[in-house]
Design a protein around this ligand. Structure first.
Ligand SMILES: Nc1nc2c(ncn2[C@@H]2O[C@H](COP(=O)(O)OP(=O)(O)O)[C@@H](O)[C@H]2O)c(=O)[nH]1
Ligand SMILES: [Mg+2]
Length: 196
């Protein structure tokens, strides 16, 4: 797997040309988004634990995996405010516009903290995405920090969220399933058909 940072943009107007399919990565500040990127891509490409709330930029990374290319779009974290708000209010117009109008996004990966699985802000984000996604787009929920949970707690969470995936960024666990799922969603089950 090869990865290359391409650009940061404040809005859809400054975004890169939409020539490849995109995966948008979003999550509450401190959920482990940067750690997830680094663990998933197997390299230190994103800064962890940087000052939250400062940058509201959309970061584009080009990923090449088994001869296929896609773009990973790292979105600013949310949830700095004590009172949870809708994503739209907190992120503002630019990000709302990007998520709704960026037609080549095929997958939204929503990271959630396994220790706090029922936060209102995450429910709001889920409902927000569901309010506008098209039939050809999907939402994948990935719970982070499962190393902080007992096995019984993980089992309970899996029952509550049967379609979610579960990872530990520090122990690098759960990423094979994430990759499988991404391949399935981006390229379909028949890999040969999409190979060029
Ligand atoms: N135990 C544990 N800690 C994690 C995990 N992922 C991230 N962290 C820690 O959580 C904090 C925030 O991580 P970071 O990746 O910067 O979060 P971001 O703000 O969402 O980008 C850091 O101290 C990380 O080391 C995980 O899977 N398990
Ligand atoms: Mg970060």
């Amino acid at each position: 797997m090869k990865v290359r940072f391409i650009k940061s943009a404040p809005s859809i107007r400054e975004a890169i040309e939409p020539n490849l399919v995109e995966i948008a990565l979003l999550g509450r500040s401190n959920v482990g988004k940067s750690s997830f990127l680094n663990a998933f891509l197997n390299q230190k490409i994103a800064k962890t634990s940087s000052t939250p709330g400062k940058t509201q930029l959309i970061n584009f990374f080009e990923v090449e995996d088994e001869g296929k290319k896609y773009i990973l779009v790292d979105l600013p974290g949310f949830g700095y405010a004590k009172v949870s708000k809708s994503l739209k209010k907190e992120w503002g117009k630019n990000l709302d516009e990007f998520l709704k109008n960026r037609f080549n996004i095929k997958l939204f990966i929503h990271l959630r903290d396994a220790r706090h699985p029922n936060l209102e802000i995450d429910e709001n984000v889920d409902n927000y995405l569901k309010s506008f996604i098209r039939p050809d787009q999907q939402i994948l929920t990935v719970f982070t920090k499962i190393d902080k949970l007992k096995q019984s707690e993980i089992s309970k969470l899996k029952k509550e969220f049967p379609n979610a995936l579960f990872v530990s960024n520090v122990k690098k666990r759960g990423f094979e399933r994430v990759k499988e799922k991404i391949n399935e969603i981006l390229w379909g089950n028949n890999k040969m058909e999409n190979e060029k």
